[in-house]
Write a protein that binds this ligand. Structure first.
Ligand code: SAM
Length: 216
């Protein structure tokens, strides 16, 4: 039976309703291109964790049309996000399996995917170490983790202000944390060949990392 761990039955209806609108400019200016880079690193049987409203789905469709995608599975624990993702997939004509599950309890056997993608999710999961252990478990040896995540400022006034704003931000942004050190977490989870680049975003998000790592 599938685990209910980490599911969010009540979810965040308001956040889900405004998510695409709030992100539209950033998607056009920066995030869309970074999503495309991550998708290009994935081949074969692919899992996307925390798919949200399906903002990455147009890029998966491109990959499917280019013959780079064998199957796409996405998990999303919030029912309001998931409903929007399902509607977007239908609109696009994207074939995928969309399941209610949290990254910390993935309902898949070991080594079932060639690649796992995480877009702006490791900032929000309750337990990043547990989520990354699950991602590692479901990836085949040699498989790819592709990620686009915002991470904490490395120090100074920006880091101080992120810590101050954290409680209010977390409430407004459906649990998102400004202070995650995701690059460290990926490395600590035992991934190898970590390759990433950092982009600057407007405060309070501040630093965006796009990269890949290999499951050993
Ligand atoms: C900032 S949104 C990003 C959505 C989407 N990945 C994107 O790129 O637009 C964070 C997403 O992570 C989901 N999420 C929260 N906790 C999660 C968990 N434990 N496992 C998987 N996804 C989770 C949220 O429901 C939300 O859809």
């Amino acid at each position: 039976m599938a685990s209910t761990r980490g599911l969010r039955p009540r979810g965040h209806p308001v956040f889900a309703a405004v998510y695409d609108l709030l992100g539209r400019a950033a998607e056009q200016e920066l995030l869309g291109a970074e999503r495309r880079r991550c998708v290009a690193a994935c081949r074969g049987r692919v899992l996307e964790i925390g798919a949200g409203t399906g903002a990455s789905f147009p890029y998966w469709l491109e990959a499917a049309r280019a013959g780079r995608l064998e199957t796409l599975v996405a998990v999303e624990p919030d029912p309001h996000m998931r409903r929007r993702a399902a509607a977007r997939a239908r609109r696009l004509g994207l074939k995928l399996e969309l399941l209610p599950a949290a990254a910390e309890a993935l309902p898949f056997p070991d080594a079932s995917f060639d690649a796992v993608a995480s877009f702006l999710v490791l900032c929000t999961v309750d337990d990043p170490a547990r989520a990354l252990a699950e991602v590692r478990r479901v990836l085949r040896p040699g498989g790819t983790l592709a990620f686009l995540e915002h991470v904490r400022a490395s120090g100074g006034g920006a880091a101080r202000w992120q810590r101050r704003l954290q409680p209010a931000w977390q409430r407004l942004a459906a649990g998102c944390r400004l202070d995650r050190d995701t690059i460290f977490a990926v490395s600590a989870a035992g991934f190898a060949e970590l390759d990433y680049r950092t982009r600057r975003l407007p405060f309070p998000i501040y630093r965006l990392v796009t990269g890949t790592a290999r499951r050993t």
